[in-house]
Every structure is written in C-alpha cells, then in structure tokens.
Design a protein around this ligand. Structure first.
Ligand code: HPA
Length: 290
C-alpha cells in the first residue's frame, strides 16, 4: 500500500483548516427575532446558579429547542434555555444551561452562545461557575472573583480559521476585565461580602480530580478548579468582549475535603449562596457604565 492510500493520521487531521460552523450566526439570528434590544450583559449561569434567571423582570424564556441547532445540555442543575429581561435597569440575556466539553459537546457548541451574544452587539459577559476550592483559605460558600485562569483542557475554541471580527492571536494578559473586576470588588465592599480573587484552573472532567492532581494544580498556582468557563472566556476574548468571572466554591477539592465529592453538594451550595450571588449581580449591573 502506498502512503497516499492510507487514511490521514490523527496527527495531520488537525492541520486541515475546516471552515467554521454557522451555529453562532444562526443562533444570533434566532435570538434577534425574539429580543428587540441589544443586551448590556450576557450571563452564563453555572451549576446550581440557575436561580439567577428568576430575578429578571419582563422576562422572556426561550428554550434551546426553539432556536434550532442547539442540543440539550445534559448536566443536572442546568435548565436549557435563554432568559431575556431587565434587572437594575439593564438589559440582560442569560444562558441557563451550559454546554460542557465533558458532555461530549464540541467547542463549536460550547462557545456558540458567547459568540451569538457578541453578534447581537453585547460587549460584556458574566461567566459564573461552581468550583472546587484549592486555596486553603476558601470554605464552601466562598464566592471567588476569577482573576485569571489556567487552560488545562487541552483545547481552545479559537482553533481553526479566524472568524470575521476576531484576531488570530488575542492577547490574554487581561483575560478578565480590570474595570469589571473593580466594579465587583466595590459591589462586594458595599454589601460587606468577602470576595477573594484567585486563579481558576479549567479541566476537562467529568471525573473529579485525584488528590495528587489537586496538589499539582496548587503547585501551578490554581486557587479553584472547575470544568467550564475557560472555553467561553477564550471565545469572548477572541470576539473582543469584556469578561467578568465568578466562581462559587461549592466544595473543598479532593484530598482537602475529608468526604467524597458529589454533584448534590455542588447544587446545594448554589442554593445556599443564592442571596449573596443575587445581591452581587444586582449591584454589578446597577454599576455598569451604560
Ligand atoms: N472539581 C472540579 N469541578 C468542580 C468541583 C471540583 O471539586 N466542584 C465543582 N465543580
């Protein structure tokens, strides 16, 4: 058999530039038909944080299945709809139901809602998540401001041909927007809430980490670990959006916490943190400069 008869090996397949899919633009078109305004903020609600969607006034619920092209999110605690409405006088679009790589979704799907929000003209993204606490000062229930991240997922949604309006090599030295950080720190101060900053390590999952992996992540400088957010931040930065990231520490990471980790405790911590998260998000929205 000649080498040319062989199927392309996996190692060369990734070098073929596939055209990027049209999911973000068809999603943006479908959302535009239902929402007559440009959101001041697009928010992604993490595990157990779906309740933030109930805060919006004049809210319009748009299930993913009405938009075409989006699969149903599989993770428990994730609803599968967009919610458009107003809060603190701001126009807000929320994604309740996140797509995770560990569910087998492609990066195209995971990043599509952020890219669709960018296509709608949104300039800011709030990414929330549930995370395991690595920093020994964190207790379950702590809300951590994501200061920076470690992409340990081995993937990046910006791979492939450069999309219109995106850069080939986006700068990531301020992946999480300094002005939005100042705003949320001042909001927390007004509310008397502690808001430690930290580095979020994004891992693929779906198994939780081993204690050895947690020791490795601590040595790498991670304060918290989770299975989301990093792809959305990368897509947002690629499209030039400003990102604010908040992690709810739902458990202490493996080896630090004496009991086995469970998704139920992640969801319960989300419920417990409800008033604090809601107050923080309200105050951030109220403080946005138009
Ligand atoms: N590890 C990874 N992801 C998580 C955790 C954790 O301990 N808690 C919530 N999401």
């Amino acid at each position: 058999m000649k080498p040319s008869d062989l199927p392309p090996s996996d190692s060369s397949a990734h070098l073929e530039a596939k055209p990027h899919g049209s999911l973000p633009s068809s999603l943006a078109d479908a959302l535009r038909e239902r929402i007559p305004w440009t959101p001041d903020m697009f928010g992604v609600l993490g595990s157990g944080l779906g309740h933030l969607g109930e805060l919006l006034e004049d809210s319009l619920f748009i299930p993913f299945e009405e938009l075409g092209g989006l699969p149903r999110p599989g993770a428990q605690g994730h609803a599968g709809r967009f919610i458009a409405g107003h809060l603190e006088g701001r126009r807000v679009l929320l994604q309740s139901g996140r797509f995770h790589l560990y569910e087998g979704h492609s990066l195209e799907v995971v990043a599509a809602p952020v890219r669709a929000a960018a296509a709608l003209g949104t300039r800011r993204v709030l990414l929330t998540n549930a995370a395991g606490g690595i920093n020994p000062r964190f207790e379950p229930g702590t809300i951590m401001l994501i200061d920076d991240h470690l992409n340990l997922m081995g993937r990046n949604p910006l791979i492939g041909p450069v999309r219109p309006g995106e850069e080939r090599f986006p700068d990531m030295s301020e992946a999480y927007d300094p002005e939005l950080k100042r705003l949320v720190v001042s909001a927390a101060g007004h509310l008397g809430l502690e808001l430690p900053r930290g580095v979020y390590a994004g891992v693929l999952g779906p198994s939780y980490e081993t204690p050895a992996e947690i020791r490795m992540l601590a040595a790498l400088g991670a304060d918290a670990v989770g299975m989301s957010t990093v792809p959305e931040t990368l897509a947002a930065r690629g499209a030039g959006l400003s990102v604010l990231g908040l992690s709810l520490i739902t458990n202490l990471a493996a080896g630090i916490q004496p009991t086995p980790l469970s998704h139920e405790e992640v969801l319960a911590a989300g419920q417990e943190a409800r008033p604090r998260m809601e107050a923080l998000v309200r105050r951030v929205l109220a403080g946005l400069r138009s």
